[in-house]
Design a protein around this ligand. Structure first.
Ligand code: COS
Length: 386
């Protein structure tokens, strides 16, 4: 694996780091406390080219690839994970339209996602009864003379009430399970589409997570994204890429927690010296740094494979699984190093720990990642055994 970043990749990462430190970090706590959606910040990310990092320049993206995307997302997440989740989903929606859209769909929707004009993208797959078992979704898309009428309810939709462009999955065929699911591009404001009350979440309180109601929401024929009945595959390939994003987000949050713990350990004195001089503290810092580095490498490997056009589903699942579990451990360590101060809102590690928790749940739970990895291992074994 080549670790030398090109000047273009470096520019993207440095741009993200500078914006994160100068503009996101100072108000991250306020956004968390007051549940302020980062609309202006997302528009700024768009202007900086960070909402379509892996999207071709011809469609308004930065064309800088998946490695640059993952590194940039980690930088944003280290400052404010709430902003990074909206950034991740917007990049994912722009990419899925690039991958499966017609020329007209790409030209209509991708530039407004990349520029920030659409504020955010939303990915509406999950439903109240269809989470890990995504193929059991019940939203239906009935044929009309000019298109489709969507009816159903979506759940846990990041930025669902703020996004200018949504991709919505619904059943177009009679068959059950993964077959007969199709994807649709639904612009915000389409009659029949409405968002419910935002969830009162434990973390990521600066991002919104809402249910969506599709009540006879009519879309034209050309809203169909990809072939009819192929929607499940569209969702799964998008989620493979999305998992690299969440892995990168976890690395960013863990990096912030580790840095906070290092700073605190150097400054906090007990028994007549800084607690950083005690091996009990050093061991925790060393383990956290090692695991953070391992996660970073897994994320970069998955990103590089995607960038090179190689299969990366298993690698993305491994990266997301390991990085999200690692972030939980590292945030917990950072609280422990802070002692009682780590348990109060005044110190950043409290927010980081809350923000990290959902990384083991969304974009596929840890249990789903293990299922994806194990199925891939077993298939490979089967293919190689005569
Ligand atoms: N890439 C391309 N195609 C894929 C794929 C992938 N990563 N994963 C599955 N598919 C295809 C399969 O090849 C299969 O197609 P065929 O029937 O043509 O062979 C079809 O999709 C069904 O696959 P499978 O049988 O594996 O589906 P399952 O119902 O068993 O579901 C899991 C698989 C559990 C992995 C899937 O439902 C999942 O990812 N769930 C979590 C959903 C999630 O992450 N939600 C978060 C949403 S965003 S908050």
């Amino acid at each position: 694996m080549d670790f030398d970043l090109s000047s273009e990749q470096q520019l993207v990462v440095e741009t993200a780091r500078a914006y994160a430190r100068e503009h996101l970090l100072p108000r991250a706590r306020e956004r968390d406390e007051k549940e302020i959606f980062p609309e202006e910040e997302l528009r700024a990310l768009g202007r900086l080219g960070l909402l379509g990092v892996n999207v071709p320049e011809s469609l308004g993206g930065s064309g800088a690839g998946v490695v640059a995307y993952a590194l940039a997302l980690s930088e944003i997440a280290a400052a404010d994970a709430s902003v990074s989740v909206a950034m991740a989903v917007t990049n994912m929606v722009a990419e899925v339209i690039c991958a499966y859209g017609t020329e007209a769909q790409k030209r209509r929707y991708v530039p407004q996602l990349c520029s920030g004009e659409a504020v955010a993208g939303a990915f509406a797959l999950s439903e109240p009864q269809a989470g890990s078992d995504a193929a059991s979704l019940r939203t239906v898309a009935e044929r009309t003379p000019n298109g489709f009428r969507l009816c159903g309810t979506k759940q846990w939709i990041t930025s669902g009430d703020r996004a200018g462009v949504l991709v919505v999955w619904a059943r177009t065929g009679a068959s059950v399970g993964a077959r007969g699911i199709s994807a649709f591009i639904v612009p915000a404001g389409t009659p029949g589409l409405s968002a419910g009350r935002p969830e009162d979440k434990m973390g990521l309180r600066g991002s919104t997570t809402v249910p969506l109601v599709l009540d006879g929401c009519e879309v034209p024929d050309d809203a169909l994204l990809g072939a009819e009945g192929e929607g499940f595959r569209v969702a799964m390939t998008a989620l493979d890429g999305g998992r690299i994003g969440i892995g990168a987000q976890a690395v960013g949050v863990a990096t912030a927690a580790l840095e906070a713990a290092l700073a605190y350990a150097r400054q906090r004195r007990q028994f007549g010296r800084p607690i950083a001089e005690f091996q009990a503290i050093q061991n925790q810092l060393a383990d956290a740094a090692t695991q953070r580095e391992a996660a970073r490498l897994l994320v970069l490997r998955a990103a590089l494979r995607k960038e090179q056009g190689l299969p990366f589903s298993r690698e993305a699942a491994m990266a997301k699984l390991y990085a999200s579990e690692m972030a939980g451990r590292v945030c917990d360590m950072a609280i422990q190093v802070h002692g009682g101060y780590g348990y109060v809102r005044e110190f950043t590690v409290e927010r980081l720990a809350r923000d990290a928790r959902v990384q083991r749940i969304y974009e596929g739970t840890s249990e789903v990642q293990r299922l994806v990895i194990a199925r891939s291992l077993l298939k490979e074994f089967e293919d190689h055994v005569p």
